[in-house]
Design a protein around this ligand. Structure first.
Ligand code: GDP
Ligand code: MG
Length: 72
């Protein structure tokens, strides 16, 4: 099964931290070093066996993000 996951929300709210901890085995303290996401960081992960997730980690610039995923 393949799913698209959009991580959207205010800059600094913890989207990239959440992605890094869940999918890239980051320790919580390592997220202190993350820099703000510009535009969209796309990645593909295989999760829980056969679940393919297309992760769209959107920056806080909502207009840019909406543009990137074709919402405007
Ligand atoms: N106190 C606290 N800090 C957090 C939490 N989640 C993320 N942070 C910190 O907030 C900052 C911004 O996180 P980031 O994941 O880059 O936010 P994003 O802009 O939504 O991707 C980082 O320094 C993180 O370490 C949380 O649940 N609690
Ligand atoms: Mg981010």
């Amino acid at each position: 099964m393949t799913k698209k996951v959009l991580l959207m929300g205010r800059s600094g709210s913890g989207k990239t931290s959440m992605r890094s901890i869940i999918f890239a085995d980051y320790m919580a303290r390592d997220t202190m070093r993350l820099s703000p996401t510009i535009d969209v960081e796309y990645s593909h992960v295989r999760f829980l066996g056969n679940l393919h997730l297309h992760l769209w980690d959107c920056g806080g610039q909502v207009c840019t993000c909406a543009d990137s995923i074709g919402l405007k």
